[in-house]
Design a protein around this ligand. Structure first.
Ligand SMILES: CCCCCCCCCCCCCC(=O)SCCNC(=O)CCNC(=O)[C@H](O)C(C)(C)COP(=O)(O)OP(=O)(O)OC[C@H]1O[C@@H](n2cnc3c(N)ncnc32)[C@H](O)[C@@H]1OP(=O)(O)O
Length: 196
């Protein structure tokens, strides 16, 4: 089941943004990216090439779930991503639920990093195929209120061989508040190199 579609836990802002991007997707300039709890395991064939110690993958993979997708509805990461191919950028609308608390009333920095890594990762994945995060630098400028809706704008800045350099920022829905900004390096996996 595609978990990036509206559900009763979504606030008005979240639905409004989703509808806006679905409208923008009607002419094909934007594309809604579906997101599943564990459909990703079908990618295991692609990934196994890089991790020959399949024992680890085989034993555990049947329980595997995409981390941000394994919270009950509304309590963790509620998000939807849209990709603009021409501009090589991805937008993620994100509503962080009460189980993601760090400082009282605000999102945990690790929860913010998760959505940054996921949005940059999806952007890198579309641009470069099977990639992994090599480096992620985040500046937390303002605390993000728990249960608020934010917009993550992510883009590819430069590609050098297997290295993809990306950046993103997190803003409030009205774009007035800059919550976080990040730079990252993703590396496209090389089938000739075992990673373990
Ligand atoms: C995956 C499919 C997902 C499907 C949907 C999912 C949902 C959304 C997506 C969610 C996605 C979530 C994603 C996640 O959360 S991935 C989870 C977190 N990341 C990891 O666990 C990765 C661990 N690291 C590695 O496996 C290897 O180090 C990698 C694969 C990254 C590179 O090892 P590899 O042996 O292949 O390459 P190399 O070492 O020859 O390096 C190559 C080049 O890169 C340069 N370099 C390397 N590291 C750094 C560094 N730290 N700073 C600066 N530079 C660095 C290096 O100097 C060299 O440059 P040059 O000498 O060529 O100039």
């Amino acid at each position: 089941m595609d978990l990036s579609l509206p559900n009763p836990s979504w606030s008005k802002d979240m639905r409004l943004l989703f509808d806006q991007f679905m409208k923008k997707s009607e002419d094909g300039s934007w594309k809604h990216l579906p997101s599943y709890k564990n459909k990703f395991s079908r990618r295991i064939e692609d990934i196994k090439v890089f991790f020959p110690d399949a024992k680890l993958i085989k034993e555990k993979i049947s329980q595997a779930q995409l981390f941000p997708r394994n919270f009950e509805e509304g309590l963790g990461f509620e998000y939807a991503m849209f990709h603009n191919h021409a501009e090589d950028r991805t937008v993620c609308i994100f509503q962080g639920g009460p189980y993601l608390q760090g400082a009282p009333g605000f999102l945990h920095g690790g929860a913010i990093a998760t959505m940054i890594d996921s949005t940059l990762g999806m952007t890198a994945l579309i641009a470069g195929g099977i990639v992994m995060t090599a480096n992620l630098n985040i500046n937390f400028k303002r605390p993000i209120p728990l249960c608020s809706v934010v917009v993550i704008n992510s883009q590819v800045d430069k590609v050098e061989g297997r290295k993809l350099f990306l950046s993103c920022n997190i803003r409030s829905v009205d774009e007035q508040t800059l919550y976080s900004e990040a730079t990252s390096l993703f590396v496209k996996l090389d089938p000739e190199k075992s990673l373990t």
